[in-house]
Design a protein around this ligand. Sequence first.
Ligand SMILES: [Zn+2]
Length: 141
Amino acid sequence: MADTTGTGANEAILRAAGLRITRQRRVILDILQQAAEAHPDAAEIHARAVDIDPRISLATVYRTMRALEESGAIQRHAFEGGPARFEHADADHHDHLIDLDTGEVIEFKSDRIEAIQEEIAARLGYEIVHHRLELYGRKVK
Ligand SMILES: [Zn+2]
């Protein structure tokens, strides 16, 4: 069953971004919303998109991802050692830990880290507009 709430919200996001609402854009935004914490790459998004609409090509996915990223509707992550990964921009702010052995992307949030970053920026005379924090690690055995 299609998530109509998500689709409606995604249409509003496209409208707010000044993007024409196309079926491809809606399909891709819906996929990213449903993927939640999965951070799929373009090939994974394409595989899911084809299940919904077999006419969507990988080139279309790349083109659509670029437009959505430029509009701020999605976030692109260039994690080390892998393809670009994407997530819906309406996710609550969080940081990422990347497992170097499996490539798994784990989300976390720390109020302490957020506070320390604010403190450092203020000390340097800045206010933070946005930030990204990536930890790369191996699971302790
Ligand atoms: Zn994330």
